[in-house]
Ligand binder design. Structure first.
Ligand code: S3P
Length: 462
């Protein structure tokens, strides 16, 4: 489908189906060396397709992440009436239908493994008087969706059908007239914020979302970029209120997707923990609402320098120069969690190679990601012989400078668990094995060749 020879995106499909698991192993080898560019940012890529669909006319996107999660969003946008074309490597064109212009999809929209795709697009369809069914793989079917259904219900969206506990598959019907709301989000979640703001585009008047801690702001930035009226005001010590004026005519605007800091995290931590390594990661997005990991690693003593800082496509980016470092344990405050929410698994790996205790506070949201990441990380650390404990919502890792390894990790359909423990294996005394590498394709399809290119010893087994 995402092929120049068959340019228009049409059908929806779950890429994994019942494919067999593919175990993989990572072993210690030589120092990592080289310059790499990781794929486009996943959050920006989903939003580029969504805003392209809601604009009137053609949006040009470059550097789109061509991972399964984003490709599922592309298929869903096509099923709702947009023309979505791949014209080259990361180069896409979206012919949008305008706010309120979506058509009823012929079949259920399948978001595979992606919470972002499913949740943002629930908000996107809310302002259209259409019925749509949202579905996903076994991991996504386990994840909470009431956090989206509740605010949408306040706006007048009907949930016609859902699985137990308000989970996928879910069928929604948008009302003729959506009601604007002022929503105070119970969790700092860019997915909740974005779903409500996207719904608000279809309502008359102003819709606002308030969160006690600011989550990533790509939706607000893109709303402005496409010509919507947006206001961002501070709320409390760390929070914000974002307000959008409904029923705008969004104008197509070109989007250049910067490299994903959440994907950069893997070669970054790998370079820090494999002695003698020296790696440059090019063009990584340095939006301050995404760089909690970089800050934390620097506090741990990591040698990371930002070079060639610039603005590309409305986002700040830089080349990260990374050298192997002796890390020490730190205390990571809970209010930093939204700016590094996807990076805790790989931070736990870095903490395992540090000297001393690392306490990561306030990780309740990790329990509802692609897997229960708190449990999955703890099980992986146990398999590797790393001392750790969970106290309430905190994860505490007792680093000893080296890791024994030699264990097998269950990844629970979670790409970041898979990549984190492969990174651990390239620096631990004995190899680490994971039960399934296939979900890496959701966000970082070229993870293995990229890491191998730097010198890492990673291979599928069995
Ligand atoms: C995302 C927001 C985060 C993050 C996810 C992508 C987004 O989820 O975990 O990978 O693009 O908005 P929450 O905002 O629900 O924490």
């Amino acid at each position: 489908m995402s092929h120049p020879a068959s340019p228009a995106v049409t059908a929806a499909a779950n890429p994994h189906g019942d494919l067999p698991a593919r175990p993989a192993r990572a072993s210690a080898g030589r120092a990592l060396n080289g310059r790499v560019r990781v794929p486009g940012d996943k959050s920006v890529s989903h939003r580029a397709l969504i805003f392209g669909t809601l604009a009137v006319g053609e949006t040009a996107i470059s550097g789109l992440l061509e991972g399964e999660d984003v490709l599922n969003t592309a298929k869903a946008c096509a099923a709702l009436g947009a023309r979505v074309e791949r014209i080259g490597d990361g180069e896409w064109r979206v012919q949008g239908v305008g706010v309120g212009g979506l058509r009823t999809p012929a079949a259920a929209l399948d978001f595979g493994n992606s919470g972002t795709g499913a949740r943002l697009m629930m908000g996107m369809v809310a302002g259209n008087p259409i019925t749509a069914t949202f579905d996903g793989d076994a991991s996504l079917r386990r994840r909470p969706m009431r956090r989206i259904l509740d605010p949408l219900a306040q706006m007048g969206v009907e949930t016609l059908d859902s699985a137990e506990g308000g989970r996928l598959p879910i069928t929604l019907r948008g009302p003729k007239d959506l009601v604007p709301i002022a929503y105070k989000s119970p969790v700092a979640s860019a997915q909740i914020k974005s779903a409500v703001l996207l719904a608000g585009l279809g309502a008359p008047g102003e819709t606002s979302v308030t969160e006690a801690e600011a989550s990533r702001d790509h939706t607000e930035r893109m709303l402005t970029h496409f010509g919507a009226e947006v206001r961002v005001e501070p709320y409390g010590a760390h929070g914000r209120t974002v307000t959008v004026k409904g029923r705008p005519e969004l104008k197509p605007a070109p989007i250049r997707v910067p490299a994903d800091p959440s994907s950069a995290a893997f070669p970054l931590v790998a370079a820090l923990i494999v002695p003698g390594s020296e790696v440059v990661i090019e063009g990584v997005m340095t939006n301050p609402l995404r760089t909690g990991l970089f800050l934390t690693l620097k506090e741990m003593g990591a040698d990371i320098t930002l070079a060639n800082e610039r603005v590309e496509g409305g986002e700040s980016v830089a080349d990260l120069h990374v050298k192997a470092s002796c890390l020490r344990g730190v205390d990571v405050p809970a209010e930093r969690a939204p700016s590094m929410i996807d990076e805790y698994p790989v931070l736990a790996v870095a903490a395992s190679f540090a000297e001393g205790t690392t306490r990561m506070r306030g990780l309740s949201e990790l329990r509802v990601k692609e897997s229960d990441r708190l449990a999955a990380v703890a099980a992986g650390l146990a398999a590797a012989g790393v001392d750790h404990r969970i106290e309430g919502d905190d994860l505490i890792v007792e680093g000893r400078g080296t890791v024994t390894g030699g264990g097998r990790v269950v990844t629970h359909m979670d790409h970041r668990i898979a990549m984190s423990f492969l990174v651990m294996g390239i620096a631990s005394d004995k190899p680490m094995e994971i039960d399934d590498i296939s979900f890496v394709a959701t966000s970082f399809p070229a993870f293995v060749p990229l890491m191998r290119g730097l010198g890492a010893d990673i291979a599928t087994v069995g």
